[in-house]
Design a protein around this ligand. Structure first.
Ligand SMILES: *[C@@H]1O[C@H](CO)[C@@H](O)[C@H](O)[C@H]1NC(C)=O
Ligand SMILES: *[C@@H]1O[C@H](CO)[C@@H](O)[C@H](O)[C@H]1NC(C)=O
Ligand SMILES: *[C@@H]1O[C@H](CO)[C@@H](O)[C@H](O)[C@H]1NC(C)=O
Ligand SMILES: *[C@@H]1O[C@H](CO)[C@@H](O)[C@H](O)[C@H]1NC(C)=O
Ligand SMILES: *[C@@H]1O[C@H](CO)[C@@H](O)[C@H](O)[C@H]1NC(C)=O
Ligand SMILES: *[C@@H]1O[C@H](CO)[C@@H](O)[C@H](O)[C@H]1NC(C)=O
Ligand SMILES: *[C@@H]1O[C@H](CO)[C@@H](O)[C@H](O)[C@H]1NC(C)=O
Ligand SMILES: *[C@@H]1O[C@H](CO)[C@@H](O)[C@H](O)[C@H]1NC(C)=O
Length: 378
């Protein structure tokens, strides 16, 4: 598919979106964010070029599974203080948020959050401890990354947690005469878990009322956990609702104002090993994960592409790229598809975008293109 055609269709798509959503008057300042994985030892906070970002999330801290408070080891305390101190002295300045949770500890963590959120006493312990840590280290805000509430009951508890959290932030701000901490959450790409055995929806009215914004994770739509290839982060998909346009619209339909939506973008790809070298489109059968155990940073994808004559395909329908060489198959986004997605986010009048994750880019290529692509309102 020629790039020319691809761009043409995208522009058409974006102009349709503008007509659909119309214009609103007051738009709060754009959010250009990224998560900083504190577990990247070779990427210290000093390596972050802040000129591409407005907000950086420290990923992650997890609460104690019994007390629901944060027990910081000395080494973690050092990391937190290095992070906020380093970023405070950067030009231009960025705001920092402490993100709580994450997917790495996937099996246990959702249960910890479920127990924590189920009782007023544990919610309060958690909230007080989170505020204490954020203030102690000089963060500008807190972010909840609960992946994911498993039932309608847990969704309701999430609503209670956020209500009490916002109340505590207001009180703390009043009593200390400081600006209130920001409060945000990373959420599923869609407001409804429509694929799972237990259908459930986020308490969107609570998210709207108590959070500064939410970060829908518009990626991980396909991966080596299934044996067929597919786009990691399709903007659109004519065969399935697993795509970012469906997800973001579901959030708007659920009542989230667009200016409280910050679209997730992936600076990584998903890889497979093909079964049949001649079968390399979406839906091709794979025999398992490709290089990187199924996940490659954009930088690693570029290294692969540079090695030999890998074939690169821009897919118009999904607004994504895939590449194959021999039995290796990778789905990813580059600077071009990222810019196209940002055009869409602006057409929907979203608040901004965030990346998972810092350190995955190649010479800031995608981050720079994204920042440049976000056209400021005058
Ligand atoms: C960060 O990126 C900007 C824009 O490309 C560049 O002008 C600046 O020198 C970079 N800063 C650092 C510290 O590398
Ligand atoms: C809490 O975590 C510890 C250490 O990971 C584990 O041994 C213990 O079983 C957990 N307790 C609960 C109640 O989940
Ligand atoms: C952690 O730091 C405190 C105070 O700086 C010190 O008293 C304590 O011994 C340290 N703990 C460990 C395990 O290094
Ligand atoms: C942060 O840690 C690095 C070493 O990883 C050190 O060079 C730097 O001085 C520290 N910065 C602050 C502000 O603590
Ligand atoms: C390619 O994969 C698709 C989807 O799995 C399958 O329907 C088709 O038969 C395959 N074609 C070949 C030539 O293996
Ligand atoms: C994927 O294929 C491998 C190798 O054929 C097989 O062992 C595995 O069970 C398959 N996984 C799924 C999810 O179908
Ligand atoms: C890939 O090649 C391009 C063009 O030569 C170069 O700019 C880029 O730095 C290379 N990327 C990596 C990760 O080696
Ligand atoms: C691509 O395929 C060629 C020919 O099989 C091989 O030499 C090269 O190493 C492959 N590159 C990658 C990145 O797999």
């Amino acid at each position: 598919m020629a790039i020319h055609n691809f761009l043409h269709i995208l522009l058409l798509l974006c102009s349709l979106m503008i007509i659909n959503t119309g214009c609103t008057a007051e738009v709060p300042p754009a959010v250009k964010a990224a998560y900083y994985p504190s577990f990247s030892p070779d990427f210290p906070p000093s390596a972050i070029n802040t000129s591409f970002f407005t907000h950086i999330f420290y990923a992650f801290l997890v609460p104690n599974n019994v007390t629901f408070k944060f027990d910081l080891s000395n080494s973690t305390a050092l990391l937190l203080s290095n992070f906020t101190t380093t970023l405070r002295h950067k030009t231009p300045p960025v705001k920092t948020l402490l993100s709580i949770g994450g997917a790495a500890d996937g099996v246990v963590l959702p249960f910890v959050f479920a127990r924590l959120a189920s009782k007023a006493s544990s919610r309060s312990q958690f909230i007080q401890s989170a505020i204490e840590v954020a203030r102690k280290f000089g963060f500008d805000g807190l972010d909840l990354d609960w992946e994911f509430p498993q039932s309608p009951k847990e969704m309701k508890d999430l609503g209670h947690l956020l209500k009490e959290w916002r109340h505590a932030l207001k009180e703390e701000s009043k009593s200390t005469a400081r600006l209130p901490l920001l409060l945000t959450a990373a959420v599923y790409f869609s407001a409804d878990f429509f694929l799972d055995a237990i259908p459930r929806s986020y308490p969107a009215s609570s998210l709207k009322k108590y959070l500064d914004w939410i970060n829908p994770m518009c990626y991980d739509y396909n991966g080596a956990w299934s044996n067929t290839t597919g786009p990691n982060a399709a903007l659109w998909n004519s065969n399935s609702n697993v795509n970012s346009i469906y997800g973001l619209r579901s959030w708007i339909k659920a009542g989230m104002p667009p200016e409280k939506l910050v679209m997730g973008l992936a600076q990584y790809g998903r890889s497979w090993e093909l079964q049949n070298l001649k079968n390399h489109s979406f839906g091709a059968t794979a025999i398992g994960p490709g290089p990187g155990a199924g996940m490659l940073s954009y930088h690693q994808v570029e290294t692969l592409l540079n090695q030999s004559g890998a074939i690169v395909v821009y897919d118009v329908d999904t607004v994504s790229v895939y590449s194959y060489n021999g039995s290796t198959w990778v789905s990813y986004d580059d600077a071009f598809t990222t810019a196209a997605k940002i055009g869409f986010a602006q057409a929907l009048r979203l608040r901004g975008y965030f990346f998972w994750a810092l350190s995955y880019d190649s010479d800031w290529k995608i981050s720079a293109q994204a920042s440049k692509s976000w056209i400021l309102d005058e």
